[in-house]
Every structure is written in structure tokens, then in C-alpha cells.
Ligand binder design. Sequence first.
Ligand code: MSP
Length: 526
Amino acid sequence: MPEPTFYATTPIYYVNDAPHIGHGYTTTIGDVITRWHRQRGERVHYLTGVDEHGQKVLRKADANGVTPQEWVDRLVENEWLPMLRTIDAANDDFIRTTETRHEKGAQAFWQDLNDRGEVYRGEFSGWYSVGSEEFVADEYVADGEGEDEGFKVSTLDGSRLEHVTEENYFFPLSKYADRLLALYEERPDFVQPESARNEVLAFVRGGLKDLSISRSTFDWGIPLPWDDSHVMYVWIEALLNYVTAAGYGVDDEQFEDLWPANVHFVGKDIVRFHAVIWPALLMAAGLPVPNRVFAHGWLLVGGQKMSKSKANGIHPTEIVGTFGSDAYRYYFTRALTFGSDGSISWEDIGARYHAELANGFGNLASRVAAMVGKYFDGELPAAGPLGDAEQHIVDTVATAVAEADEAMERIAPQDALTAVWRIVDALNLYITETQPWAVAKDESRREYLGTILNTAAEGLRVLAVTLHPVMPKATTSLWESLGAEPDLGPLADQRIDQVATWARLRPGSTVTKVPSLFPRIDLAES
Ligand code: MSP
């Protein structure tokens, strides 16, 4: 049996507004991790997309005097698709919930649940948050304060509530509580990290209410197949994107290959939907649940959760425009712990850009290439016997690569980068200590000079491969300058599990000057 495809997803984003770097964060980390898996030689399917239905989007379109379809078309075209290019995402699919494949699949799914007796009709009278598109049980309702004075708010996320009374259809979520608790028990890594798992456990242990699955007071949504006077409640439709995009009900072979997903990446605010409602729906449909739901924390700006409504929402182009997409991807992977909240700042991005990328990595690459140019006319020298210092590099590389791979496996990309950076630091130290420019002055030590530069170039080869998932552009330039391609093939085909094998670059191949990978930026000016 071939290994199943590594299927990973981001949430589908509401298109009520333009994206900010909070949305870019999930997509970036998902992209880094899925690129890593491709680099391991696995088949990968990375899905992202947009959530176009629901009241939040409808109200925004109304407020702008356009139909919801016009609104989402415009935003997807002008904002959401361009964001993927801005951050250099290599997603395999992009789903829009207004697409026919999704509408058909979602209707087939709910028809099936209805046929299985998993739907009943009733009246909903209670609280609803349009901000988070969520029905909120009474125990999570509180009186608002400050600017929410006079309103009810949700204690789950602070969003403002409205009272609704509607004829609805329901899904008997409450009867799944025991099966869900058994799932969390049997598969402790189903919800990660631990903080998210604890929240979910407490929520389910606190008792589950049956869930309204339809709305009947507006029509921006997918009609229920058996009663078109109702549209699906946006969440029970949106979650289905993970199966409809995988071919549910349309392409059995693809669905078989992709489902269950290996991991759903989500923000911690929506972990309940993914770890409670979603597996219950799948259980009801007789489908396997995903392997993991991994919840990340907030990007904090000035100590506050970054969001559009707080007007501290930063568009990805603001950062990419100054630092480039590679540095953007590097920063969000390296500077934050995926799974925890983390502060970001312009100063920190600038400082890391200069210290770690320009001086640490970029400078290393250009120095080595320049010395091969200067001392060997751009032909990669052969290495003589490896001494202790060279063996230390070989060993550092082997352990760092293994550690990075293990960190990626447990979805700790920041740890993977820390491990890879030990190679950058070791190589910089190696060059400082061996002083090739001094060795070059002594003709009798020419073989040793070759050994130093060959060792350093091999180290760069490993860096090009292991950093490719994070910084695809700079590493491609580096790969080209190492002259590796004619012998070793394209960078994308270099396997992580083979990268630490030494002496793969062919002596005599042409090493060209590395273009400045991370030119210095005058931050005062930008
Ligand atoms: N449409 C739903 C998801 C449906 S998935 C079946 C939704 N959309 S959203 O656009 O509001 O949010 C999408 C994701 O962006 C969430 O995972 C959320 O956590 C993330 N982020 C929004 N602001 C964020 C930060 N400031 N920091 C990090 N992530 C943030 O929910």
C-alpha cells in the first residue's frame, strides 16, 4: 500500500473583509509544513479557501450596497487570491463555498444525515453572535460592559449577541458527547496543543446542546436539500469544505486517497467547531475523523490580539513589500511558537532580518561563493581528508536535520528552524576559525583551502534544501549558485531524508556569485 497523501488544511476565511497577517499566519505555517512534507518525498495535498456564506458576509455586502455574490467575487479576486501569491503559498487547491462542487457535496452530506435520522425539526430561541457566527448557550451569556453596555455578550469570545427565535432544523449533537470524550481519551493527540485539548474537554464535559443546522430568516447560504426555505447554518456548511474539496460524493477515488485529513490547522478561537462539532458530524455520517486538529494562538500587536475591528490589522503586503516573502515566512515561523500567542513588532522583524537573514545566512552564502570564485575560479574544489573541524560540521548537520524533521513532525516549525540554524551558526564559526583567506596565502595549504570551501559549500547545500520550505526564493538562488542542479536535479526534488549524506556536490562544478539574498534595508526610510 502506498503511503496515504499528507492532506492538510487551513480554515476557510470569511470574506467579509480583506485578509490581515492573522489569516496569513495559518496559511504560511501550513505552507511551510506541507512544503517540508513534499521535501520528504511524500505526496501532499494542501487546501485553503474562503467561507463566503453567513450573516456576517451578507451584512457587509448590504452595507456596501452590493449583492453578497458580487461582494465575495470582488474580494476573492482582489484580495484573497493575491494574498496567496504575496506570501508565496504553494497550496494545491483553493475552495470557495459558493462553488458548485461544494454546494453539491454539502447537500449530499446533509441529505445523507437526514436519511439516517440525524436531523429533527424544532424551534430555536436564544442568543446568536453574528461576529463569530455562533449560537451561544445561556451559560455563556453575560451583560456587556464599556462599548458593549446595554448588549449581551458571549463569554466564549466577547462578541456581541442578538436574540433570535427561528424555526430551525437540529442535529442531535448532545448524544455524541460520550463518543467525543472517548475519542479525546483514546487519541490524546487528536486536539493539540494541550491547552486546546483541555479547553475542548472542559467544554464537552460541561454538556453539549443540540445544534441548529439551518437558518430561515435570510437566504445567503446553501438551501437544505429537503426544505429550500432554510439555508444551512454557515458553520455546518463551512466545515464540510474539508471533504467537499477532497471529492466527497463526486470523486470517490480522490476522497479515498485524501480522507481522513492528516491535520486541520486552525486558530484557537475555532477549535471547538473543529474538535467537537466536526468529528460529531463525521461520526454521524459514518466517516473517519481527521487525525489531528492543531490550534495556534494569536498574533499580538502591542499586546493586543490583532484584528481588523481593532484597526491594528496589518495586511501581509505591508511586511512583504519591505522585507520580501521569504523573510515574511521566516519571521512568522521562527519568531513565534506555533500553538501559543506571540507578539510581533516591526522592530523585531527588522532586527531578525538583519541579524539572522542578512548577516547570518545571506552573508555566509555570499562569502563562500565569493571565495570559491576568488581562489578557485568558480570551480568547486575537492575536499581532502576531513579533520576534526570538518567532522564536527558533518555531525552537526546530521543531528540538526534529524531534529528539524522530528520537530516538523510534531508541528513545531519554530524548533525545526532553531535546529537548522545551528548549521548556519556552525558554518559561520567554522569559517571564522579556519580563516580560509589566511590559508589562501600559503600555496602549500591549497588542499586544505579546498577542504574548507568544499565543506562550507556542502553545508550550504544542506541549508538550501532544509530552508527551501521556509524560504523558497532565496534557497532557489542559492541552489543555482552552487551549480548543483545539473548533477543533483531541481531543489524541489532534494529529499530531506538524504540531505545529510555528505559529499554530494561534484567537485569541478561551477559555483557562481550568490546575488545578495537578503540585502540590508534602511528601516528609517521604509
Ligand atoms: N470562516 C471561519 C472558519 C471556517 S473553517 C471551516 C473563520 N474565519 S475567520 O476568517 O474569522 O478566521 C479564520 C482564522 O484566522 C481563524 O483560525 C482565526 O484564528 C485566524 N485569525 C484571525 N485573527 C488572528 C490573529 N490575530 N492571530 C492569529 N490568527 C488569527 O473563523
